[in-house]
Design a protein around this ligand. Structure first.
Ligand code: TYM
Length: 341
């Protein structure tokens, strides 16, 4: 199949861009905060998605695991409903314009702005022996990802909102100097599921890098593992399934997960589990998660066994992504005064 030309790609629709790092198996947080929405948005938007593998090397990777994680995540996203016939879905490092615009944007991003990024502060505390320049300038690469495609909306979880805000500032600054060049994007954060917390420490977000294996549900976890992890989920000493907005309790987190999968309000959930206690509720949450993940896990097995198909899809997508992004890069370079050939 011929790659679609950039300008033929779903004309007149708003553009969505988002990405995920292949830094390990996908978590329930990634799924509910971002990926579930991506597949729903494909119906009404021109969607562009990427595996942000250039971002991943800001933390040292084992080469073999890195390759395996990348291909598995590509297959898993297809299993989650990302349809390469409807959306562009490529691997970031296959499209060289990302690194090139990132360097340019580095020169339009202030040291002070990057120093204020929560993720940089957190990661530099966590990886004290490798606080590299890439970890610091990471948001400029993320801005390049977004601005190259003229994206209007960026569906992300709560933790990436600050980076999208910085992207807006960079775009506005550049446009202010050189005239309209970049579309100024907006974060698109889901009402529920935007911040799924750790099952072991509900005050911090669920993250694949957490050391306690019970803290995090992975999309490929077996049914038994999912049940065990939910049974062990940390909750307070209460018994009533009730949402308490100002507190970051484990029960709030479980209600958030259940509400997102079952499409039920917190009021409805409170009524459903009135007088039933935490144990019954935990089992119900686990069963809901299993029922929703099972079809994804089955499709994942099919996709991952067809490497040729995966390769064909990511190669085709990279060609189209390059066509679109080269135009933006060229425009930006001309504005700056580079001799563009
Ligand atoms: P990453 O790979 O850390 O996460 C991918 C997506 O999952 C969301 N997410 C969560 N949502 C709810 N609860 C959680 N516990 C949780 N953990 C993660 C993230 O908000 C994200 O939407 N820098 C990005 C990848 C990226 C990107 C981009 C995103 C690179 N370029 C351009 C948007 C646009 C990242 O590391 O996401």
């Amino acid at each position: 199949m011929e790659a679609k030309k950039g300008n033929e790609y779903k004309k007149n629709k708003e553009t969505i861009f988002s990405a995920i790092q292949p830094s390990g198996a996908m978590t329930l947080g990634n799924y509910l905060g971002a990926i579930k929405n991506w597949s729903e948005l494909q119906e009404n938007y021109k969607c562009i998605f990427a595996l942000a593998d250039l971002h991943t090397i800001t933390v040292r990777q084992n080469p073999e695991n890195f390759r395996k994680n990348t291909i598995e995540l590509y297959a898993l996203l297809l299993a989650c409903g990302i349809n390469p016939e409807k959306s562009l879905f490529f691997i970031q490092s296959h499209v060289h314009t990302h690194s090139e615009l990132a360097w340019i944007l580095d020169c339009y991003t202030q040291f002070g702005e990057l120093s204020r990024m929560t993720q940089f502060k957190d990661k530099s505390k966590k990886y004290t022996d490798n606080i590299n320049a890439g970890l610091f300038s990471y948001p400029a690469l993320m801005a390049a990802d977004i601005l190259l495609y003229g994206a209007d909306l960026i569906p992300v979880g709560e933790d990436q909102k600050q980076h999208v805000e910085l992207t807006r500032n960079i775009a506005q600054r550049f446009n202010g100097i050189y005239g309209e060049t970049f579309v100024v994007p907006e974060a698109f954060i889901p009402k529920t599921g935007a911040r799924i917390m750790s099952l072991q420490n509900p005050k911090s977000k669920m993250s694949k890098s957490e050391l306690n294996p019970n803290a995090c549900i992975f999309l490929t976890d077996s049914q038994d593992t999912i049940i065990k992890k939910f049974k062990r989920a940390v909750t307070d000493s209460g018994t009533q399934v009730k949402f308490t907005p100002e507190e970051k309790t484990g029960i709030n987190n479980l209600m958030n997960i259940y509400s997102t999968f079952e499409n039920k309000t917190f009021d409805e959930i409170e009524k459903e589990f009135e007088g039933k206690g935490y144990g019954v509720f935990k089992t119900a949450v686990a069963e809901s998660v299993i029922a929703n993940l099972l079809p994804i896990q089955e499709k994942f097995k099919e996709y991952i066994s067809d490497k040729e198909y995966l390769q064909k899809k990511y190669r085709q997508s990279a060609i189209t992504a390059l066509e679109i992004s080269e135009n933006t890069l060229k425009r930006a370079k001309e504005k700056i005064g580079f001799i563009v050939n």
